[in-house]
Design a protein around this ligand. Structure first.
Ligand SMILES: NC(=O)c1ccc[n+]([C@@H]2O[C@H](COP(=O)([O-])OP(=O)(O)OC[C@H]3O[C@@H](n4cnc5c(N)ncnc54)[C@H](O)[C@@H]3O)[C@@H](O)[C@H]2O)c1
Length: 278
């Protein structure tokens, strides 16, 4: 009998070239995924991530490859999912980590609609296209079972994990467009989980606050005040390490999480439990 947090199936990670998506793929490889497709609009970083994942993979038959795509383009999203199924026969775990930030901070009344459309196009519409195509592939495949110490249970046809944000629950002054897009992504997660549970497909989201990605490290170098803000706001006084998010993503894909569906899991060290800002 293997551990219930262990994986053995085929994974697709969208936004796997950099940051949390890249680490999510590494966590899936460590947890035992048989194959991973690294999808990203940047095929160079996707290739680097794909190569590096071989160092962490624990499945003796592990394979990885890349797929260049853009979540804004319906056809490229569909081609990506078709590619996974054609290459590897099925899609067991999908992670949707492509996303973009607000850029300039503005109060809601000053929202730049072009910027709003840009953000919604990736974070909401683009991720909806991904979830839609992934569910459509998963619902056609045979369900799997899991043998635990107490017997065998159905673990369904597939699991999807979306990269939402603590901003799916709470706003940050001046970050309206991003916050709205992340609320939408939580809505997509709830609706997909609800609509497709009877078909054995689970859809959940992880919702972090600050995560130590190369982007955040860059920001901290340019603007050391951000570190002060994190220390003041985050009860454990640091940003999350990438693997504190990506290991949770692997857990949500695993048999151990087979009853978790439609959930948006805060990974925020209790930031959103308080109204205290300082
Ligand atoms: N970093 C944080 O502190 C943090 C906190 C909360 C939530 N998040 C969310 O996590 C997700 C990942 O964040 P990150 O910091 O790792 O970002 P990142 O910018 O480091 O990585 C995003 C990846 O997605 C790819 N991508 C972007 N747009 C794409 C598109 N249109 N089509 C295909 N690929 C595209 C990029 O090429 C990149 O490889 C985002 O949705 C972000 O909002 C991040």
């Amino acid at each position: 009998m293997i551990n219930s947090t262990q994986l053995d199936g085929i994974a697709l990670v969208v936004g796997a070239g950099r940051g949390i998506g890249r680490e999510a793929a590494f966590s899936l490889a460590e947890a035992g995924a048989r194959a991973i497709v690294f999808a990203d609009m940047n095929d160079e970083t996707a290739k680097e991530s794909s190569e590096e994942s071989k160092k962490y993979a624990t499945n003796k038959d592990y394979e990885s490859t890349i797929f260049k795509m853009d979540v804004r383009d319906d056809k490229s999203v569909q081609d990506m999912v078709d590619f996974v199924v054609k290459e590897f026969g099925r899609l067991d775990y999908a992670v949707n980590a492509a996303g973009t930030d607000n850029g300039v901070h503005k109060q809601l009344a000053d929202t730049d609609i072009e910027n709003f459309d840009r953000i919604m196009n990736i974070n909401a519409r683009g991720n909806l296209l991904c979830v839609r195509a992934q569910v459509a592939a998963m619902r056609k495949q045979d369900p799997k079972t899991w043998k635990s110490r107490n017997g065998t249970r159905d673990i369904g046809r597939g699991a999807i994990v979306n990269l939402a944000s603590a901003n799916s629950f709470a706003g940050l002054p001046g970050k309206g467009s991003y916050t709205i897009s992340k609320h939408a992504f939580m809505g997509i997660t709830k609706m997909a989980g609800l609509d497709h549970a009877p078909e054995g497909i689970r859809v959940n989201a992880v919702c972090p606050t600050w995560v130590r990605t190369p982007l955040l490290d860059d920001e901290l170098r340019k603007n050391p005040e951000v570190q002060g803000m994190i220390s003041a706001i985050v009860p454990i006084k640091r940003a999350a390490e990438c693997e504190e998010v990506s290991d949770t993503i692997a857990f949500l894909c695993s048999p151990a999480a087979s009853y978790i569906n439609g959930a948006s899991l805060l990974i925020d060290a209790a930031v959103t439990t308080t109204v205290r800002l300082f």
